[in-house]
Design a protein around this ligand. Structure first.
Ligand code: FAD
Ligand code: NAI
Length: 470
């Protein structure tokens, strides 16, 4: 009889966990995956990437019809919002995709253990009433919303909500505040702004979208402002009081100063996410989390316990679905004795607003810092979407592409873009960087015309100071 029930047990069936489980099974390992949620797919498929994109996509159509953008192209319509139907198509997308993972589990013979898992020892986990043993265990428990002290989220009441509540609002709030000018605040703030809300974004820092390239952050805010989102930067919310259907926010300058209040119909708390490790029983295996609550791992995704591995949002690094997926694949390959690697220097990052905002590699600020503060050690090429024929024809003039290269070697260090399809465009930059491309390599690659991607080629040409269409 085998020593363990399974070769591999994965805890959590988000994009990190389900992908790890499928790859482990593909590699011939007997695999189970524990998931406490009713459906597979984790945050991403159930309450994250997928439902948010369903609402972003649908609200884009409404906005284009309502704000006259379609009329500009000769399509004159008066849109009528059927919010129930919009929600129904969101639910349908989630339903189809989560069931798809169930199908993939069956196809690859991955056993789904239903319930929340708790370690008993390094090879034994309790899932509900069942005890499951495995030679190797992967922790892929993901993350949850970071709470804001003094602000109680109640998704059922739909007045103070987190991202899950903001996906499901039954009516369009007249006035909405998003606390946090990060990805969730801007994506979901955009959804409700497009559907008719007056949206104000309150951000603690002096600029939105921390972590992105400085130029990109500034330009994005200008575009959002033009679209109708109001910003209060350098401001912290100190409390929210709810009376009936009204929320009263109290805020003050981040640096201290006079208090201000604001009454709104809906508040979205989106100040970040934190790793899920509570109730996992990490102390039973002698594993501690770091100061940020993350599980530390080595280059191979192994924790300090030999047979326990960790991936995705619960480990250090950006909290992104594709990063979790790639780590899942690499981790399973390492367990199977192969060489699984993720290049964490080249993880694209996309904000799915309109225009989209995307980047990969170093920001200008990081590149200069890497060069010891020498600004001349990098070269930057920029090209505006206004000068790109396809973007201009499509009435999408906002944004630019920026290529950052090392001056001496011309090697690309980072690429940033604001463009209607920046999320799709950034894939070529990631691939080029993965192959160690120079800006010249991108500039001399033939790009189809007329495409938005030609702006990437032109930005690469601009690194040498020779763009054609500018
Ligand atoms: P998760 O997806 O969080 O999955 C972890 C799973 O583990 C959960 O289902 C949980 O129930 C389960 N679990 C936890 N503890 C246990 C336990 N003890 N036992 C059993 N199961 C357990 N990222 C992108 O790249 N692109 C996007 O467009 C994007 N949009 C987003 C929009 C929103 C509104 C949100 C909230 C997030 C978004 N993200 C996006 C982030 C993305 O969802 C996460 O980075 C990704 O889901 C992380 O994957 P994961 O597998 O590490 O964890
Ligand atoms: P975030 O980290 O992106 O942004 C949070 C923002 O809130 C920051 O700008 C921060 O300065 C600000 N903030 C923090 N405390 C504050 C306070 N007290 N008052 C006002 N502002 C405050 O976090 P967010 O938007 O909640 O998203 C969580 C994570 O989910 C993202 O970091 C990302 O990893 C993931 N995600 C990814 C998406 C994508 O890839 N398109 C979409 C949505 C989420």
């Amino acid at each position: 009889m085998a020593e363990y029930d399974y070769d591999v047990l994965v805890i959590g069936a988000g994009p990190g966990g389900y992908v790890a489980a499928i790859r482990a099974a593909q590699l011939g390992l007997k695999t189970a995956c524990a998931e406490g949620r009713e459906t597979l797919g984790g945050t991403c498929l159930n309450v994250g990437c997928i439902p948010s994109k369903a609402m972003l996509h649908a609200s884009e159509f409404f906005d284009a019809a309502a704000n006259g953008e379609m009329a500009e192209m000769g399509v004159e319509v008066k849109p009528k919002l059927n919010l129930d139907k919009m929600h129904a198509q969101r639910i349908d997308a989630v339903d189809g995709l989560t069931k798809g993972i169930e199908f993939l589990f069956k196809k690859n013979k991955v056993d789904w253990k239903k319930g929340y898992a708790t370690f008993q020892d390094a090879h034994t986990v309790k899932v509900g009433d069942e005890t499951v043993t495995a030679k190797d265990i992967i922790i892929a428990t993901g993350s949850s919303v970071t709470p804001l002290p003094g602000v109680d989220v109640d998704n059922d009441k739909q007045v103070v909500v987190d991202s899950t509540g903001a996906l499901e609002l039954a009516t369009v709030p007249k006035k909405m505040v998003v606390i946090g000018g990060g990805v969730i605040g801007l994506e979901l703030g955009s959804v409700w702004r497009r559907l008719g809300s007056e949206v104000t974004c309150i951000e603690f820092l002096d600029e939105i979208l921390p972590g992105l390239d400085g130029d990109i952050r500034k330009e994005s805010r200008k575009i959002f402002k033009k679209q109708g989102i109001d910003f209060k930067l350098g401001t912290k919310v100190t409390g929210v009081a709810v009376k009936g259907k009204t929320a009263t926010l109290t805020m003050e300058p981040a640096a201290g100063g006079d208090t201000e209040t604001m009454d709104v119909d809906c508040v979205l708390v989106s100040i970040g996410r934190r790793p899920n490790t509570d109730g996992l029983g990490l102390d039973a295996i002698g594993l501690e989390t770091n100061k940020r609550g993350q599980i530390e791992i080595d280059h191979d995704f192994r924790t300090k316990i030999d047979n326990v591995w960790a991936i995705g949002d619960c480990v250090p690094g950006p909290m992104l679905a594709h990063k979790a997926e790639d780590e899942g694949i690499a981790c399973a390959e390492n367990i199977a004795g192969e060489t699984g690697i993720v290049n964490h220097e080249v993880i694209p990052n996309v904000v799915y607003t309109l225009p989209e905002i995307a980047g990969v590699g170093l920001t200008t600020e990081e590149a200069i810092e890497k060069m010891g503060g020498d600004k001349k050690a990098i070269k930057v090429g920029k090209f505006p979407m206004m000068a790109n024929s396809r973007a201009k024809t499509n009435h999408e003039p906002d944004g630019f592409v920026k290529v950052i290269a090392e001056a001496e070697s011309d090697r690309v260090l980072g690429v940033w873009a604001i463009a209607s399809v920046a999320g799709t465009m950034i894939a070529q930059a990631a691939q080029a960087m993965e192959f160690g491309a120079t800006s010249e390599d991108i500039a001399y690659t033939c790009h189809a015309h007329p495409t938005h991607s030609e702006a990437m080629k032109e930005a690469a040409m601009a690194v040498q100071g020779k763009p054609i269409h500018m």
